[in-house]
Design a protein around this ligand. Structure first.
Ligand code: ADP
Length: 426
């Protein structure tokens, strides 16, 4: 390139020198120099004009024949254009491949714009959500009209997915999730979970049926054991011990079955909502807790608010009783258990605090899982089913409340149930 410039300048200087010499010899120095400059200028204007025409036509095809620096300029632009074309082709191929793979996705995918309008949808979306290719640009709430979906879409909170029937076939169950990305764009994903839901329903039915069927034989066993214990005159310590063991185990099994049935009910049945007098309920539970606890432990109840909660009394009773029984079970006899009912900003809170053995940090997130019991307790044979906190969690979920657990090993635990203020009633 520099060589070309040098050549161009060289030619110009040579022409200037020749013109000066001829001009000096003929006495026409000034007009001849002007003529030369004019010729050079005209040539450049002509080249610029030709270049501008070529560019304005999209710099397509081969460039006009020319020499020197202008040929280099034409070639530079031609090369940029060619590279760009190649890149475009590559990108187009990639976009095509991406389109093909998203079209082949088994899950429905829809790209939504800032106004909930459909920007793009794949084949599965057209099949399970009933969208058409021509629906591009239409607002999705006008096409998928379930109120629950519209609420979810408007909420802007897409942490969890929602379960919906397919608008095309109500036998298909969909799990719908929205993911935000880019500037105002959202990707809606819908997965067919019909089979999963069916299996879940079967599992729930199975557990509920088995638990229910186990109830009668257990009651019979317990009845006979009590009769045998009444008949036992205590002459054989082995018999007395065995009968006591059997009674204890039957009682444990009965608790398990009761808890499983309660959980099954919580998962399937509608709750009976009414305004529950929580202070009165807590008074009663603490009194009963005192009876359940054989030691001289002090249960301190503090009612800082008179608020009541709209919900199911039976369910709330089970949840609160479980928390209190745990506090009693997992703390030494000579420690105190504190139960508080108070209002705290955006929530009314029930808190059960004990000064017992506490829970290891690794166990805290897991204690609400079904059948989860930390090893320490199992070794020490503290009676329990491992279902209590699972019941608490379910009951709270059904009351839009959340459970918070604060605990430190060797110091104690604090379980708090936070009820939203819209649950408060009078
Ligand atoms: P269970 O008490 O029948 O074992 P839960 O579901 O009520 O079952 O509790 C699960 C586990 O959580 C318990 O086994 C125990 O390890 C732990 N836990 C619950 N409450 C407390 C508490 N107040 N203090 C210490 N550990 C507790």
């Amino acid at each position: 390139m520099i060589g070309l410039w040098r050549r161009e300048i060289g030619i110009f200087l040579l022409l200037l020198t020749v013109t000066s010499i001829i001009g000096g010899m003929t006495g026409l120095f000034f007009p001849l120099t002007c003529l030369l400059l004019l010729a050079v200028l005209m040539r450049q204007i002509f080249q610029i004009n030709r270049f501008e025409r070529w560019i304005s036509m999209g710099a397509r095809g081969s460039y006009p024949k020319t020499k020197g620096i202008w040929e280099e300029i034409y070639y530079g632009v031609y090369r940029i254009k060619k590279n760009e074309k190649r890149r475009k082709k590559k990108l187009g191929k990639m976009v095509d491949q991406f389109r093909q793979s998203t079209e082949a996705l088994p899950d429905a995918a829809v790209v939504l714009g800032a106004y909930d309008e459909i920007e793009w949808s794949n084949k599965a979306a057209r099949e399970v959500l009933g969208l058409q290719t021509s629906d591009k640009g239409q607002r999705i709430p006008n096409l998928v009209r379930f109120p629950e979906f519209i609420r979810y879409l408007k909420s802007g909170n897409y942490q969890e997915d929602i379960i919906l029937p397919s608008p095309v076939d109500s036998r298909i169950t969909l799990s719908v999730r929205i993911v935000s990305y880019g500037a105002g764009l959202r990707l809606l994903l819908a997965q067919d979970v019909t089979q999963l839901k069916q299996m879940e329903r079967m599992r729930k039915d199975f557990v509920a049926n088995v638990s229910h069927e186990l109830r009668t034989p257990l009651t019979v066993l317990k009845g006979y054991l009590e009769t045998l214990q009444d008949l036992d005159d205590g002459t054989s310590p082995l018999l007395t011990g065995s009968l006591e063991q059997m009674r204890g185990q039957t009682e444990r099994m009965q608790h398990l079955v009761d808890d499983l049935l309660l959980l099954a009910r919580l998962e399937t049945q509608k709750k009976k909502s009414q305004c529950v007098n929580v202070p009165a309920l807590l008074n009663q539970i603490c009194r009963e807790g005192g009876d359940f606890d054989k030691s001289a432990r002090h249960i301190e109840l503090s009612l800082a608010t008179e608020e009541n909660i709209f919900g199911d009394e039976q369910e709330l009773r089970s949840a609160f009783t479980n928390l209190l029984e745990n506090a009693i079970k997992y703390s030494p006899d000579d420690t105190e258990v504190k139960v508080r009912w108070y209002r705290n900003g955006e929530a009314v809170v029930l808190e059960v605090e004990d000064f017992g053995e506490g829970i290891a940090p690794a166990d805290i997130p897991r204690v609400t899982e079904r059948f989860y019991r930390s090893e320490v307790k199992r070794n020490r044979k503290v009676a329990g089913t491992g279902l209590g906190l699972a019941i608490v969690k379910h009951v709270l979920m059904r009351h839009d409340a959340r459970l918070a657990i604060a605990s430190e090993l060797g110091k104690g635990s604090r379980f708090s149930c936070h009820f939203p203020l819209n649950r408060v009633c009078s």
